[in-house]
Design a binder for this molecule. Structure first.
Ligand code: SF4
Length: 370
């Protein structure tokens, strides 16, 4: 998605937002295919009864396209070294109080074995944005090691070049997670003071570079609270649609993490209530029937359990957001605070109690080399 198209979508949101008519929402719920304007209307619905109807329809669509299954995964932080200055993040270079750590390959192996013993088979490898201390070769070797144990290896690292994404597919990396954080380019500039992450455009185009390199699964999204959340949800969904249209074989998913306390003094400009959050998930499902929707342990167990079946398709479980958090317990700080602290078994029990089934992987091992 280029900046001109993003500008066009932002103008569409601003213009339609001025002429909202909530009474049109019921008619929209009877439609098969929603327009961009319909999506804006649904994202702005305030009536709780209409939000309930949206959630009910979202459930029916999710069951139709995804069945009664929830995919489980866990994040693995291998380094918290970061040269970027994101004012909202506990791992920011601005945060001099944080203890920095980068795992050796032997420590990564311990983490992998610890996660594997929980039954997990899908893993997301994360680093801060620091090409000097966590060069591409380090990430590549970590993924290669992970793919010896896990069927599904994904990365959430600094934006890479197309050739680098291609190299990762050779060691069985199938997925990329990359959050734009906010699609409000002016606000983005104020929140990202320095470092590689300051380059809005290079980040925005990372999913396309990865798709060109045959990464099979891409998760995008905003960090809710940094800018107008309705606009960020709208733009992230149009970004997802753009990717789905351009790359029909790509599995696109979306996530709407809400800002959480993160060992830094930062108060987000916007608060997103549970009701708003549920509405965004329902609207996403109604607008993009086949998009995957991921929910992390940033959300509490009650809300996560309540949302099983209502749009979400993938959940993290037993997550630790500090480096080396699985094999050893130490005093390192995490990137942010998790709300759902249950272990993998407990999350599986919760899924079963809803008469849904958990899956440990979406992919057959070695599929990325086909
Ligand atoms: S959000 Fe990512 S790039 Fe920004 S400070 Fe945190 S770890 Fe670094």
């Amino acid at each position: 998605m280029n900046l001109a198209l993003l500008k066009e979508y932002r103008e569409l949101f601003e213009n339609h937002y001025k002429n909202l008519d909530e009474s049109k929402a019921i008619g929209i719920l009877n439609k098969e295919n929603l327009s961009n304007e319909d999506l804006i209307t649904l994202l702005n619905v305030e009536n709780p009864q209409i939000i309930k109807l949206m959630a009910t329809k979202a459930k029916a669509i999710t069951d139709k396209y995804f069945g009664k299954t929830i995919l489980l995964y866990a994040p693995l932080y291998i380094s918290n070294l970061c040269n970027s200055g994101c004012v909202y993040c506990g791992f920011s270079k601005l945060n001099s109080g944080v203890v920095r750590k980068k795992l050796s390959f032997s420590e990564i192996k311990d983490e992998l074995l610890s996660l594997k013993s929980e039954g997990l088979d899908s893993i997301l490898i994360l680093t801060g944005e620091d090409r000097l201390n966590s060069p591409f070769e380090y990430i590549y070797e970590a993924c290669k090691l992970a793919s010896e144990y896990f069927s599904e290896v994904s990365v959430e690292v600094y934006p890479l070049d197309e050739e680098e994404y291609l190299s990762l597919t050779k060691v069985n990396v199938i997925g990329l997670t990359i959050y734009q954080e906010t699609y409000d380019i002016e606000q983005y500039d104020k929140l990202h003071l320095f470092g590689t992450k300051k380059d809005f455009s290079y980040r925005l185009n990372a999913p396309e570079r990865a798709a060109n390199a045959h990464i099979k699964e891409i998760c995008i999204g905003p960090l809710l609270g940094l800018s107008n959340p309705k606009e960020d949800v709208f733009l992230s969904l149009l970004h997802a649609k753009y990717l789905m249209d351009k790359f029909p074989d790509l599995e696109v998913s979306i996530s709407f993490p809400r800002f959480r306390k993160a060992n830094v003094f930062f108060n987000p400009k916007y608060f997103v209530s549970d009701r708003e959050f549920i509405k965004y998930i329902a609207a996403a499902r109604l607008f993009l029937n086949r998009v995957g929707i991921t929910i992390s342990t940033r959300e509490n167990s009650i809300l996560r359990d309540a949302l099983i079946g209502y749009g979400i398709t993938k959940m993290s479980a037993g997550s630790k957001t500090k480096v080396g958090g699985y094999a050893k317990s130490d005093n390192l700080q995490g990137q942010f605070e998790t709300e759902d602290k249950r272990n993998v078994r407990e999350v599986i029990e919760a899924i079963k109690s809803k008469v849904y089934r958990h899956e440990f992987t979406n992919w057959i091992k070695g599929v990325s080399t086909i």
